[in-house]
Write a protein of this length. Structure first.
Length: 375
């Protein structure tokens, strides 16, 4: 049995042995993306600087580049300016935009309003007969700063115009707890209506309706995050039990980020899947996941034996995942403080080692592609 055959057999046995224990790695569609974050104080990098924000966790977990324009106190009327800043400073070098705003509109007592106004007009129509004028009710978008829905219409319209090919995602406001920032800034919890006679629920509902009105994904963070400062036992997710049950603390942001991590898995960030002319960055990200990120395969000469290899494994701090005695091969896991490439290079130099290969992940639906090589 030659070394190439042994490597293939070793790879097959490894996949078979661990196939029932773990799924093959799934590439998160937002991995490595450049994302604009628009919103208010919850995401403001200059507010609560000791708190690790949602976008920071996503950057750590997914390797995204966050462009954060959220500003404390901002409402939907400010999103247009934030979007313009993003466009001026980064142009089209943005993959997606996430908007998280609305709680300050509730605080300001902005009326909910309507999405459209309606009036009758004449319009030409032809359905199986010569065209002729008919009288129909026509709706027109409300573009106004005076209502919550009018504000959303204006902001989303601008975002769609500035970024027609980009993914735009809207998040609903969170539940609201008491915020006592002093005599001139005391905000009751959500059990009270605002000055417009509305509960926070109405603003959350309007935010959710944006999906149907504008054709953009809306993630209901008020429900899916599980965060509710009105539940006493969940107050530890917020800044301060006595003065600030409105802003999540670090563990609150971590929970929000974990929710978004999985919700965003259902949404593409690139829309050119399968296109051979897809951006290089996209193709590279797809290639990365064609092999295990930390496990690799080593074959050794039967005549030399594996003693020197075992010694090298111990000295380098690698871990034996599987030892295939019948084909003189091993599946090794790299040390946590070493990259996969430098670990594989190290074991290539061990006496008696004949082959060092990636542990490739092969799916039956995959096209045949050349294997990446260590340079």
């Amino acid at each position: 049995m030659n070394n190439k055959t042994k490597v293939i057999l070793c790879s097959f046995l490894l996949c078979f042995a661990i196939g029932l224990k773990a799924q093959a790695p799934v590439q998160h569609p937002w991995q490595g993306a450049k994302v604009g974050f628009l919103g208010d104080s919850i995401w403001d990098p200059h507010a609560y600087t000791d708190v690790k924000k949602t976008w920071s966790f996503l950057s750590e977990w997914l390797g995204i580049t966050p462009y954060v324009y959220a500003v404390s106190g901002n409402e939907w009327t400010h999103i247009r300016h934030q979007a313009e800043q993003l466009k001026v400073q980064h142009g089209d070098d943005v993959d997606a935009i996430i908007v998280f705003v609305g709680t300050n509109d509730f605080l300001a007592g902005v009326p909910i309003g309507e999405w459209w106004t309606e009036k009758r007009e004449e319009v030409m129509q032809a359905v199986g007969h010569p065209k002729a004028p008919v009288n129909r009710v026509r709706r027109t978008m409300v573009m106004s700063d005076d209502t919550y829905k009018g504000r959303i219409n204006q902001a989303v319209s601008m975002l769609k115009q500035l970024y027609p090919t980009k993914q735009i995602v809207l998040l609903t406001p969170l539940h609201r707890g008491l915020a006592n920032f002093g005599d001139r800034n005391l905000q009751p919890d959500e059990s009270y209506q605002n000055s417009a006679g509305e509960y926070i629920d109405a603003y959350i509902q309007a935010s959710k309706e944006t999906a149907d009105v504008w054709g953009i994904p809306v993630i209901d963070l008020s429900a899916l995050s599980g965060l509710n400062p009105m539940v006493e036992e969940q107050v530890p997710y917020f800044i301060n039990a006595d003065t600030d049950r409105l802003h999540p603390n670090t563990i609150g942001h971590e929970r929000m980020a974990a929710t978004l991590y999985y919700q965003l898995m259902t949404l593409p960030v690139h829309f050119d899947i399968g296109n051979e002319q897809a951006p290089i960055a996209t193709r590279k990200l797809q290639d990365v996941q064609e092999h295990s990120p930390d496990v690799f395969l080593v074959m050794y000469d039967e005549k030399v034996g594996k003693e020197l290899l075992l010694k090298a494994i111990q000295e380098y701090g690698a871990e034996i995942k599987y030892d295939y005695n019948n084909i003189n091969g091993m599946a090794l896991k790299k040390p946590g403080n070493k990259s996969l490439e430098e670990t594989m290079q190290y074991f290539r130099s061990v006496k008696g080692v004949t082959t060092v290969e990636y542990d490739h992940i092969t799916r039956l639906t995959d096209p045949v592609r050349p294997k990446p090589r260590i340079r």
